[in-house]
Ligand binder design. Sequence first.
Ligand code: GLY
Length: 375
Amino acid sequence: MTSRPSDIIVVGAGVIGCAVAYEFARRGASVEIVDDRPVGMGATQASAGVLAPYIEAPAAGPLLDLTERSLELFDEFVTRVSTESGLAVPYRRTGTLDVAVDEAGLRALRAIAEALARRGVPALLLDAGAARSEEPHLGDGIAGGLLIDAHGFVGASDLTRALVTAARRHGAQLIEQSRVRRITDLHDELIIDTDRGSLTADAAVLAAGSWCGDIDIGGLSPSPRVPVRPIRGQLLSIAWNGTPLRRVTWGHRCYLVPWDDGTVLVGATVEDAGFDERTTVAGVRDLLDAACEILPHAWTAGFRGARVGLRPATSDYLPIIGASNVVPKLMYATGHYRNGVLLAPLTAQLVADAILDGRVDPMLAAVSPSRFGDL
Ligand code: GLY
């Protein structure tokens, strides 16, 4: 991209697409967000909004570097998006208590604690008694826990709505009920073909999550296929009784997130079920069993409902962020798998820096589309 693009189309109105569109719009670009479904209906639905790099990416590597850097942006990001949208975004940095139910689990937590100490990240390894002092609802079967203060959670749907509202206040347009079929480069402009007609743009960002693979890139034959596959996540909402949980409680089969309104989100299944977006009896039962194993008091909760989302996974579980090597005016921002909400502020910043200012952050090398060949 030689000159600064002014008309940009963002394909996908999930948390990543909305964050990217917001960032472009607040930097003065003219932006349209295109999706065939309402805002935040894809992977965003699978997210309980937990912001936990040291659980999601316990080993050193690009995912830890990216998630840690994005978490650092969150305080300022949420404050700014709330102010500019006029919408409240629930956001708490309560820390997480990662719970082990046996000695092997405790050994794994000890290894994480040691790695975090080497990285200079405060974390406290607790025996069973100390873990129960931190969270009195923990059951007798607990072997110990790891307390990580830096972690927190954010309302994923509220954040996504606030992002699109703030983007629109900066002039962005939302084009709904339009499914993008093809993105073609005509050299001086991009043509974005949808099932309701064609749009033109100086640049585009593909942030359609699990659905990126359905879009014809470049009109080539064969057309490159974005290598993301859907991984289903089911989440439960329960109405907690009595004293609230103190923080996010994380087990080996589920995590629980306590909201100020007394509800608790129990997440999330990890299922290779194609594009099947149903909640299932098995998913609901597994999550309830897993929650009650670590927090037996969950048996007394009211059941409010279940929801489902499809996370876009790549073969190395890293996102794809960077310019296409087939259609250079097209940039990918997809494949965030379990970390779309956590990575939203950083992704938006990196994509806008690259497209608007030609600044390609060195961190993008590890998540480049070129690792998948012609893309
Ligand atoms: N972010 C956690 C999950 O996708 O379950």
